[in-house]
Design a protein around this ligand. Structure first.
Ligand SMILES: Nc1ncnc2c1ncn2[C@@H]1O[C@H](COP(=O)(O)OP(=O)(O)OP(=O)(O)O)[C@@H](O)[C@H]1O
Ligand code: NI
Length: 305
Protein backbone atom coordinates (compact mmCIF):
# COMPACT_ATOMS: atom_id res chain seq x y z
CA UNK A 1 0.00 0.00 0.00
CA UNK A 2 2.85 2.35 0.88
CA UNK A 3 6.27 2.18 -0.72
CA UNK A 4 9.05 4.60 0.21
CA UNK A 5 12.37 4.61 -1.57
CA UNK A 6 15.50 6.71 -1.24
CA UNK A 7 13.72 9.29 0.89
CA UNK A 8 15.89 12.13 2.12
CA UNK A 9 14.82 15.27 3.96
CA UNK A 10 17.03 18.34 4.21
CA UNK A 11 16.42 21.55 6.07
CA UNK A 12 17.77 24.80 4.73
CA UNK A 13 18.43 27.63 7.10
CA UNK A 14 20.66 30.64 7.40
CA UNK A 15 23.54 30.52 9.85
CA UNK A 16 24.83 33.42 11.93
CA UNK A 17 26.72 34.82 8.95
CA UNK A 18 23.59 34.53 6.81
CA UNK A 19 24.99 31.67 4.79
CA UNK A 20 22.69 28.88 3.62
CA UNK A 21 23.33 25.70 5.58
CA UNK A 22 21.72 22.33 4.97
CA UNK A 23 21.08 19.67 7.56
CA UNK A 24 19.98 16.30 6.34
CA UNK A 25 17.65 14.71 8.90
CA UNK A 26 16.46 11.67 6.89
CA UNK A 27 18.85 9.87 4.54
CA UNK A 28 18.24 7.35 1.80
CA UNK A 29 15.37 5.70 3.62
CA UNK A 30 13.52 2.66 2.27
CA UNK A 31 10.31 1.33 3.78
CA UNK A 32 7.04 -0.32 2.81
CA UNK A 33 3.77 -1.17 4.50
CA UNK A 34 1.30 -3.64 3.04
CA UNK A 35 -2.43 -4.06 3.57
CA UNK A 36 -3.26 -6.42 6.45
CA UNK A 37 0.01 -5.52 8.14
CA UNK A 38 1.24 -3.54 11.13
CA UNK A 39 4.69 -2.16 10.60
CA UNK A 40 6.29 -0.62 13.68
CA UNK A 41 8.87 2.10 13.19
CA UNK A 42 10.98 2.26 16.33
CA UNK A 43 13.75 4.68 17.13
CA UNK A 44 14.93 6.93 19.89
CA UNK A 45 14.09 10.60 20.23
CA UNK A 46 15.36 12.64 17.29
CA UNK A 47 15.84 9.64 14.97
CA UNK A 48 13.37 11.15 12.48
CA UNK A 49 10.13 9.29 13.22
CA UNK A 50 7.80 12.29 13.15
CA UNK A 51 9.51 13.76 10.09
CA UNK A 52 8.93 10.48 8.26
CA UNK A 53 5.22 10.61 9.19
CA UNK A 54 4.96 14.24 8.10
CA UNK A 55 6.71 13.52 4.80
CA UNK A 56 4.16 10.81 3.97
CA UNK A 57 1.30 13.20 4.71
CA UNK A 58 2.93 16.17 3.01
CA UNK A 59 2.87 18.36 6.10
CA UNK A 60 6.57 19.15 6.50
CA UNK A 61 7.55 22.77 7.15
CA UNK A 62 8.26 24.95 4.09
CA UNK A 63 12.01 24.95 4.51
CA UNK A 64 12.18 21.16 4.20
CA UNK A 65 13.50 19.74 0.92
CA UNK A 66 12.35 16.24 0.12
CA UNK A 67 13.91 13.85 -2.40
CA UNK A 68 13.18 10.22 -3.26
CA UNK A 69 9.80 8.69 -3.92
CA UNK A 70 6.74 7.81 -1.88
CA UNK A 71 4.11 5.66 -3.55
CA UNK A 72 0.62 4.99 -2.26
CA UNK A 73 -1.39 2.20 -3.92
CA UNK A 74 1.17 2.01 -6.70
CA UNK A 75 1.04 5.67 -7.63
CA UNK A 76 3.39 8.44 -6.66
CA UNK A 77 2.28 10.66 -3.80
CA UNK A 78 2.69 14.12 -5.24
CA UNK A 79 2.03 17.18 -3.03
CA UNK A 80 -1.26 17.65 -4.83
CA UNK A 81 -2.36 14.06 -4.26
CA UNK A 82 -1.23 14.27 -0.64
CA UNK A 83 -3.53 17.24 -0.13
CA UNK A 84 -6.45 15.43 -1.72
CA UNK A 85 -6.23 12.19 0.23
CA UNK A 86 -4.93 13.42 3.58
CA UNK A 87 -7.48 12.61 6.29
CA UNK A 88 -9.43 10.56 3.76
CA UNK A 89 -7.37 7.66 2.44
CA UNK A 90 -4.38 8.28 4.68
CA UNK A 91 -5.00 9.25 8.30
CA UNK A 92 -2.50 10.53 10.82
CA UNK A 93 -2.80 9.91 14.51
CA UNK A 94 -0.55 12.78 15.55
CA UNK A 95 2.04 12.72 18.30
CA UNK A 96 0.79 15.88 19.97
CA UNK A 97 -2.68 16.37 21.41
CA UNK A 98 -2.31 19.98 20.32
CA UNK A 99 -3.64 18.85 16.95
CA UNK A 100 -7.12 19.00 18.49
CA UNK A 101 -8.95 22.24 17.81
CA UNK A 102 -9.35 23.94 21.22
CA UNK A 103 -12.56 25.71 20.19
CA UNK A 104 -14.56 22.79 18.84
CA UNK A 105 -16.33 20.18 20.98
CA UNK A 106 -14.46 16.89 20.70
CA UNK A 107 -17.47 14.88 19.52
CA UNK A 108 -17.90 17.27 16.64
CA UNK A 109 -14.23 16.98 15.73
CA UNK A 110 -14.57 13.22 15.48
CA UNK A 111 -17.81 13.53 13.49
CA UNK A 112 -16.24 16.01 11.07
CA UNK A 113 -13.75 13.43 9.89
CA UNK A 114 -16.43 10.91 8.87
CA UNK A 115 -16.55 10.61 5.06
CA UNK A 116 -19.10 7.85 4.66
CA UNK A 117 -22.02 6.83 6.84
CA UNK A 118 -23.79 8.50 9.73
CA UNK A 119 -21.28 10.73 11.59
CA UNK A 120 -23.03 10.57 14.96
CA UNK A 121 -23.53 6.82 14.85
CA UNK A 122 -19.91 6.22 13.84
CA UNK A 123 -18.62 8.61 16.51
CA UNK A 124 -20.76 6.81 19.13
CA UNK A 125 -19.40 3.47 17.99
CA UNK A 126 -15.81 4.72 18.24
CA UNK A 127 -16.44 6.14 21.74
CA UNK A 128 -18.06 2.90 22.75
CA UNK A 129 -15.08 0.83 21.62
CA UNK A 130 -12.92 3.02 23.79
CA UNK A 131 -15.05 3.22 26.92
CA UNK A 132 -15.49 6.95 26.42
CA UNK A 133 -18.80 8.10 27.91
CA UNK A 134 -21.17 9.69 25.43
CA UNK A 135 -21.27 13.00 27.32
CA UNK A 136 -17.55 13.47 26.65
CA UNK A 137 -18.59 14.36 23.09
CA UNK A 138 -19.83 17.70 24.43
CA UNK A 139 -16.51 18.54 26.07
CA UNK A 140 -13.82 20.84 24.78
CA UNK A 141 -10.23 19.59 24.50
CA UNK A 142 -9.10 21.43 27.66
CA UNK A 143 -11.53 19.33 29.73
CA UNK A 144 -9.91 16.05 28.68
CA UNK A 145 -7.19 14.15 30.51
CA UNK A 146 -4.10 13.36 28.44
CA UNK A 147 -5.23 9.78 27.93
CA UNK A 148 -8.74 10.82 26.87
CA UNK A 149 -7.30 13.31 24.38
CA UNK A 150 -5.24 10.48 22.83
CA UNK A 151 -8.37 8.35 22.53
CA UNK A 152 -10.09 11.23 20.72
CA UNK A 153 -7.18 11.51 18.28
CA UNK A 154 -7.34 7.78 17.56
CA UNK A 155 -11.16 7.94 17.17
CA UNK A 156 -10.87 10.87 14.76
CA UNK A 157 -8.56 8.85 12.53
CA UNK A 158 -10.46 5.57 12.71
CA UNK A 159 -13.88 6.99 11.73
CA UNK A 160 -12.37 8.54 8.58
CA UNK A 161 -12.48 5.30 6.61
CA UNK A 162 -8.77 5.61 5.72
CA UNK A 163 -6.84 2.62 4.34
CA UNK A 164 -3.43 3.66 5.61
CA UNK A 165 -2.94 4.81 9.19
CA UNK A 166 0.14 6.48 10.51
CA UNK A 167 0.16 6.58 14.29
CA UNK A 168 2.89 8.77 15.76
CA UNK A 169 3.46 7.68 19.37
CA UNK A 170 -0.20 6.90 20.03
CA UNK A 171 0.22 5.32 23.48
CA UNK A 172 2.06 7.62 25.93
CA UNK A 173 -0.23 8.77 28.72
CA UNK A 174 -2.47 5.74 28.33
CA UNK A 175 -2.93 3.27 31.18
CA UNK A 176 -2.30 -0.41 30.49
CA UNK A 177 -5.94 -1.09 29.59
CA UNK A 178 -6.26 1.86 27.26
CA UNK A 179 -2.95 0.96 25.65
CA UNK A 180 -4.09 -2.62 25.06
CA UNK A 181 -7.39 -1.27 23.68
CA UNK A 182 -5.54 1.02 21.28
CA UNK A 183 -3.16 -1.67 20.06
CA UNK A 184 -6.04 -4.14 19.65
CA UNK A 185 -7.89 -1.52 17.64
CA UNK A 186 -4.86 -1.29 15.31
CA UNK A 187 -4.78 -5.07 14.99
CA UNK A 188 -8.47 -5.05 14.06
CA UNK A 189 -7.94 -2.37 11.40
CA UNK A 190 -5.09 -4.43 9.92
CA UNK A 191 -7.33 -7.50 9.87
CA UNK A 192 -9.91 -5.44 7.98
CA UNK A 193 -7.28 -4.84 5.27
CA UNK A 194 -5.79 -1.53 6.37
CA UNK A 195 -2.06 -0.84 6.41
CA UNK A 196 -0.86 0.38 9.80
CA UNK A 197 2.36 2.22 10.51
CA UNK A 198 2.94 2.39 14.24
CA UNK A 199 5.63 4.87 15.19
CA UNK A 200 6.97 4.46 18.70
CA UNK A 201 10.05 4.50 20.88
CA UNK A 202 8.45 1.75 22.95
CA UNK A 203 9.88 -1.39 21.43
CA UNK A 204 8.05 -3.62 23.90
CA UNK A 205 4.67 -2.19 22.86
CA UNK A 206 5.70 -2.55 19.21
CA UNK A 207 6.57 -6.20 19.74
CA UNK A 208 3.12 -6.97 21.16
CA UNK A 209 1.31 -6.09 17.91
CA UNK A 210 3.61 -5.44 14.95
CA UNK A 211 4.26 -7.96 12.18
CA UNK A 212 7.51 -6.31 11.15
CA UNK A 213 9.73 -3.80 12.89
CA UNK A 214 11.76 -1.11 11.13
CA UNK A 215 14.54 0.31 13.27
CA UNK A 216 15.34 3.95 12.69
CA UNK A 217 18.69 5.35 13.76
CA UNK A 218 19.99 8.86 13.04
CA UNK A 219 17.57 9.36 10.15
CA UNK A 220 17.80 6.05 8.37
CA UNK A 221 16.38 2.55 8.63
CA UNK A 222 19.21 0.29 9.81
CA UNK A 223 17.14 -2.89 9.92
CA UNK A 224 13.74 -4.32 9.06
CA UNK A 225 13.07 -7.42 11.13
CA UNK A 226 10.21 -9.84 11.66
CA UNK A 227 8.65 -9.76 15.10
CA UNK A 228 9.75 -13.38 15.62
CA UNK A 229 13.40 -12.32 15.23
CA UNK A 230 13.25 -10.66 18.65
CA UNK A 231 13.92 -13.75 20.69
CA UNK A 232 16.50 -15.27 23.01
CA UNK A 233 19.82 -13.45 22.74
CA UNK A 234 18.85 -11.67 19.56
CA UNK A 235 20.97 -13.92 17.30
CA UNK A 236 18.31 -13.68 14.62
CA UNK A 237 18.52 -9.89 14.54
CA UNK A 238 20.73 -8.42 11.84
CA UNK A 239 22.06 -5.04 12.93
CA UNK A 240 24.28 -4.41 15.98
CA UNK A 241 22.02 -1.51 17.00
CA UNK A 242 18.88 -3.66 16.95
CA UNK A 243 20.68 -6.32 18.98
CA UNK A 244 21.70 -3.64 21.48
CA UNK A 245 18.11 -2.34 21.68
CA UNK A 246 16.87 -5.85 22.36
CA UNK A 247 19.47 -6.48 25.06
CA UNK A 248 18.64 -3.15 26.72
CA UNK A 249 15.06 -4.20 27.48
CA UNK A 250 14.24 -4.73 31.16
CA UNK A 251 13.16 -8.33 30.55
CA UNK A 252 16.47 -9.07 28.82
CA UNK A 253 19.94 -8.14 30.06
CA UNK A 254 18.94 -4.53 30.78
CA UNK A 255 22.29 -3.14 29.61
CA UNK A 256 22.45 0.14 27.74
CA UNK A 257 24.97 0.80 24.99
CA UNK A 258 27.44 3.60 25.68
CA UNK A 259 27.40 6.79 23.61
CA UNK A 260 24.52 8.56 21.93
CA UNK A 261 22.90 8.92 18.52
CA UNK A 262 24.71 11.51 16.36
CA UNK A 263 22.86 14.75 15.63
CA UNK A 264 21.85 15.52 12.02
CA UNK A 265 24.52 18.22 11.64
CA UNK A 266 27.32 16.04 13.03
CA UNK A 267 26.86 12.76 11.18
CA UNK A 268 29.81 10.44 10.73
CA UNK A 269 31.08 10.03 7.17
CA UNK A 270 30.49 6.27 6.98
CA UNK A 271 27.97 4.08 8.76
CA UNK A 272 25.90 6.17 11.19
CA UNK A 273 26.30 3.56 13.91
CA UNK A 274 30.07 2.99 13.49
CA UNK A 275 31.16 5.30 16.38
CA UNK A 276 29.20 3.14 18.85
CA UNK A 277 29.69 -0.23 17.22
CA UNK A 278 32.05 -2.76 18.76
CA UNK A 279 32.50 -4.56 15.44
CA UNK A 280 33.18 -1.45 13.34
CA UNK A 281 36.14 -1.64 10.96
CA UNK A 282 37.89 0.96 8.79
CA UNK A 283 35.47 0.20 5.93
CA UNK A 284 32.54 1.12 8.20
CA UNK A 285 34.06 4.49 8.92
CA UNK A 286 34.70 5.21 5.27
CA UNK A 287 31.41 4.65 3.50
CA UNK A 288 27.79 4.32 4.38
CA UNK A 289 26.47 0.80 3.65
CA UNK A 290 23.46 0.40 1.33
CA UNK A 291 20.46 -1.55 2.59
CA UNK A 292 20.46 -5.21 1.58
CA UNK A 293 18.12 -8.16 1.98
CA UNK A 294 19.12 -10.68 4.59
CA UNK A 295 17.12 -13.63 5.94
CA UNK A 296 13.64 -12.36 5.19
CA UNK A 297 14.49 -8.87 6.39
CA UNK A 298 16.74 -5.95 5.55
CA UNK A 299 19.91 -4.57 7.02
CA UNK A 300 22.27 -1.71 6.47
CA UNK A 301 25.55 -3.07 7.81
CA UNK A 302 28.63 -4.38 6.01
CA UNK A 303 29.29 -7.11 8.54
CA UNK A 304 25.79 -8.45 9.20
CA UNK A 305 25.40 -12.15 8.48
N1 LIG B 1 11.61 22.07 11.32
C1 LIG B 1 12.82 21.53 11.54
N2 LIG B 1 13.96 22.18 11.16
C2 LIG B 1 15.17 21.62 11.36
N3 LIG B 1 15.36 20.43 11.93
C3 LIG B 1 14.27 19.73 12.33
C4 LIG B 1 12.94 20.24 12.15
N4 LIG B 1 12.06 19.33 12.65
C5 LIG B 1 12.81 18.31 13.12
N5 LIG B 1 14.13 18.55 12.93
C6 LIG B 1 15.25 17.65 13.33
O1 LIG B 1 15.08 16.38 12.74
C7 LIG B 1 15.43 15.33 13.64
C8 LIG B 1 14.31 14.34 13.75
O2 LIG B 1 13.18 14.92 14.37
P1 LIG B 1 11.81 14.12 14.62
O3 LIG B 1 10.83 15.06 15.22
O4 LIG B 1 11.42 13.42 13.38
O5 LIG B 1 12.29 13.06 15.72
P2 LIG B 1 11.45 11.89 16.41
O6 LIG B 1 12.15 10.61 16.07
O7 LIG B 1 10.02 12.00 16.04
O8 LIG B 1 11.68 12.18 17.95
P3 LIG B 1 10.65 12.08 19.20
O9 LIG B 1 10.70 10.64 19.64
O10 LIG B 1 11.27 12.96 20.22
O11 LIG B 1 9.31 12.53 18.76
C9 LIG B 1 15.78 16.01 14.97
O12 LIG B 1 17.18 16.04 15.06
C10 LIG B 1 15.22 17.40 14.83
O13 LIG B 1 16.04 18.31 15.49
NI1 NI C 1 8.33 12.44 17.09
Amino acid sequence: MLEISKLSIRFNRLDRRLRQVHTETIHNLHLSVAAYEILAVVGSSGSGKSLLAHAILGILPNNAQVSGTIQFKGEELTPDRQRRIRGKEIALIPQSVQYLDPLIRVGEQVEQSVRQGDPVALRRKAFNKYNLADYVAKWFPFQLSGGMARKILVSTATVSGARLFIADEPTPGLDTFAMTETLNRFRQLAEDGCAMMLITHDIEAALTVADRIAVLYAGTVVEIAQRSDFTENGERLRHPYTKALWKALPGQQFVAIPGSQPLPDALPKGCVFAPRCSSATIECEESSPEPRTLRNGEVRCLHAT
